[in-house]
Design a protein around this ligand. Structure first.
Ligand code: ATP
Ligand code: MG
Length: 397
């Protein structure tokens, strides 16, 4: 068993000693069988949240209405969720009610795909009532039960199907795929925050091209905010080298043709953090710049290391160049600057004010920029005395 599971076995034992069932469930079991790295283990139990709270001295109620309690133990914190079924989905996204049950199989049945509906006991035995193991070995994503019903219950499952395509490179079962096509519009019922979590996983998986292809072919992309008018562009994007692009870089590629104000609105509609939006806007600006960004040392200085690398990568992707090479070039270009940021400059605004005996004002910033440019271009060394002499010589002091 994986180390993470072994570490958590005492937690299962503790719950069992109190007279309840407890298993590892969900993604960790799937990834373990696949031999993929496991991030965190989820535990499911027949005990109710209150019963779990009586088993562990220290707990936190992180989602108690849905049956999840956080057990805080000396060996770590564990999410423990009571077996549950979900009843009635009148809004295509949230169960009208959640019912705690004592049967593991019932709990596994409410899960989205067969590969996610397996459990493992403390001895490593797999409980697999829906043939998840077979579907894993056949690399197939298939809903537990009727896909039409399952997507009607919670339309986010359609996005989840595609994010698993992207992460695992699996195919969608025929019926599951047809149902996804037929129900694509239901994704519009889902809160954008939940879609974003899955969409970002679609964009960052090793098989993102396959997943984006399905996103387009299935029609799902037409119902995602701001993407319905970008279908042709997205098709072109698929032919670009996307492998080494990170999230903000991929958003930049997607948004490259969009005017700045429109881009802002689009990214806000996706509820991306403002910091990320600003970053994407800057990347797009630099990647589109003509003559191309990077020709002037001052521009690279102003952009800084990260943005320089990002803009180089995006430009390379858009021109079908070598993204990894571009990343290296961007990094080298920044490394080669004689000055990497303002704090490395050996004179400060205060020095200028003292030398010139003049009131501080916008001129300080202008002068500092001019000095930076001169240092970057090799006109003057980054040395306080030399800069002072250079300023006198230029009649600026
Ligand atoms: P990851 O490794 O990315 O966390 P995961 O499969 O663990 O993948 P989570 O979102 O953490 O995904 O969900 C944990 C488990 O809960 C899933 O494996 C699945 O069994 C179940 N699950 C999550 N979301 C849904 C959903 N919308 N509908 C049904 N079951 C779900
Ligand atoms: Mg998980």
């Amino acid at each position: 068993m994986d180390q993470l599971f072994l570490q958590s076995v005492p937690i299962l034992e503790k719950i069992e000693q109190a007279g309840f069932e407890a298993y590892f469930v969900g993604g960790s079991v799937r990834d373990y069988i696949l031999g993929r790295p496991i991030n965190d283990v989820d535990i499911a139990t027949s005990a109710t949240p209150l019963e779990i709270k009586s088993v562990f001295p220290k707990t936190a109620d992180i989602g108690i209405d849905h049956g999840t309690v956080l057990a805080i133990t000396p060996s770590g914190t564990y999410e423990i969720t009571t077996f549950r079924t979900e009843g009635g989905y009148s809004d295509f996204r949230r169960p009208d009610s959640v019912q705690f049950v004592r049967s593991l199989t019932e709990d596994l049945q409410r899960r989205d795909f067969t590969m996610n509906a397996m459990a493992m006991d403390k001895a490593g035995n797999i409980i697999d009532p829906f043939n998840g193991k077979r579907d894993l070995s056949e690399q197939r994503i298939i809903t537990v039960g009727n896909p039409h019903e399952r997507f009607h219950e919670d339309a986010l499952r359609m996005m989840r199907a595609l994010r698993f395509v992207s992460q695992l490179g699996f195919g969608l079962d025929r019926e599951t795929y047809h149902s996804l096509q037929a129900n694509a519009s239901l994704i519009g019922k889902i809160a954008i925050e939940r879609i974003l979590v899955e969409f970002e996983k679609v964009m960052s998986g090793a098989y993102k091209k396959r997943a984006i292809t399905l996103l387009l072919e299935s029609g799902l992309s037409q119902y995602l905010p701001q993407l319905s008018d970008k279908q042709d562009h997205l098709l072109n994007v698929l032919n670009l080298p996307l492998d080494h692009l990170k999230e903000a870089e991929l958003w930049s590629v997607i948004m490259i043709q969009t005017a700045d104000e429109e881009m802002e609105a689009a990214l806000r509609a996706w509820k991306l953090p403002v910091k990320t939006i600003r970053n994407i806007q800057r990347i797009v600006q630099l990647a589109k710049q003509e003559p191309s960004f990077g020709k002037s040392a001052f521009e690279v200085f102003q952009a800084g290391h990260d943005l320089t690398v990002q803009a180089f990568k995006v430009r390379a992707a858009l021109t079908r160049g070598d993204v990894m090479k571009a990343e290296e070039s961007g990094r080298h270009l920044h490394e080669a600057l004689t000055l990497k940021n303002m704090s490395e400059l050996s004179v400060t605004g205060t020095d200028l004010v003292n030398w010139r005996q003049e009131k501080p004002g916008p001129w300080v910033k202008t002068s500092l920029e001019m000095i930076v440019k001169a240092v970057l271009n090799g006109q003057v060394r980054n040395d306080k005395e030399e800069i002072k002499r250079w300023l006198v010589k230029c009649n600026l002091s």
